[in-house]
Ligand binder design. Structure first.
Ligand code: OGA
Ligand code: MN
Length: 286
């Protein structure tokens, strides 16, 4: 890869996102291509690769060039050889398009697996079937949002810790309450409200639908502030809204973005199916 490729990249919004130069992701990347991807990932946070046609195996192989694959919290029972590649869809338990699909929680602002001690580093979605219009994925740049906080708020938030949990996710999304077994399997974790990106050193607001409360504050006071900060991050100026095209593969950095799916399509009539891989992250220092 050379300068021409860098020039071929197109920024998609002021908040992040870049359309990558033409590359065939079904083949192993060269070292310069991998470096181009790594650099663009840190600079633009959301990478859009157009016109891909990847089998599940090929998506897993592409993903593994950038880190260790993470298992899905809900295991697939389809006997597929690649359980780390799972399907995100708007289908209900009967396989029908639905207003309340199994992945209902994806329609709220979140960063992937923030209810784990080691939340996901990156997530990759590959469009398999798309509705005729809509069904965007939105990304909020939580680093830009942090930067634009007034100085006194940055200082007031500097030492706050936030509890994230699967149980809170179920409560906040008005989903079926977490079972005792789920609570045992996924106990609450605590993360700083202001997270430092381990590679860029930039600070971000670390909030979203998996948050329960702020340590030392009441549930009520916590919810108010956490929701206010999530709304703050979700202002237009910090958001890139991805309009899916057939063949898109989108890879994003969970350490400096929140995301959500948008219900702006005929959810109960048209299918929206994406294949998903995730790269494991590290402990977040306190
Ligand atoms: C996800 C997710 C959003 C979407 O796969 O982690 O949140 O647009 N997906 O489907
Ligand atoms: Mn997600």
């Amino acid at each position: 890869m050379n300068d021409i490729s860098v020039q071929a990249m197109r920024r998609l919004s002021a908040a992040g996102g870049v359309e990558m130069p033409a590359m065939d992701l079904s083949k192993p990347l060269s070292e310069p291509e991998k470096q181009l991807v790594r650099d663009a990932f840190l600079e633009h946070h959301i990478l859009v690769f157009r016109n891909q046609k990847l089998s599940k195996e090929a998506q897993a192989a592409f993903t593994e060039q950038f880190g260790e694959l993470e298992d899905h919290v809900v295991r697939q029972h389809d006997g597929s050889k690649t359980p780390q590649v799972h399907t995100v869809s708007n289908l209900d338990a009967d396989g029908k398009p639905s207003y309340k699909p199994l992945t209902h929680g994806n329609y709220f602002w979140h960063t992937d697996k923030s209810y784990h001690a080691k939340p996901s580093l990156a997530t990759l979605l590959h469009a398999i079937e798309l509705p005729t219009e809509g069904g965007n994925t939105q990304f909020a740049n939580t680093g830009l949002a942090y930067e634009s906080l007034p100085e006194e708020r940055k200082q007031a938030f500097a030492d706050l810790k936030v509890v994230h949990s699967w149980e809170a996710n179920r409560r906040n999304t008005k989903n079926k309450p977490a079972t005792e077994e789920e609570k045992r399997e996924r106990p609450p974790v605590t993360h700083p409200l202001i997270r430092t990106h381990p590679e860029t050193g930039k600070k971000v607001l670390y909030v979203g639908i998996h948050t329960s409360h702020i340590v030392g504050k009441s549930m009520e006071e916590s919810r108010e502030l956490l929701d206010e900060l999530a709304d703050f991050c979700a202002q237009d100026e910090f958001v890139y809204s991805h309009e899916w095209q057939p063949g898109d593969l989108v890879m994003w950095d969970n350490r400096t973005t929140m995301h959500r799916a948008i219900a702006n399509y005929s959810m109960n009539a048209e299918r929206r199916i994406l294949h998903r891989t995730v790269i494991k992250g590290d402990d977040i220092p306190h």
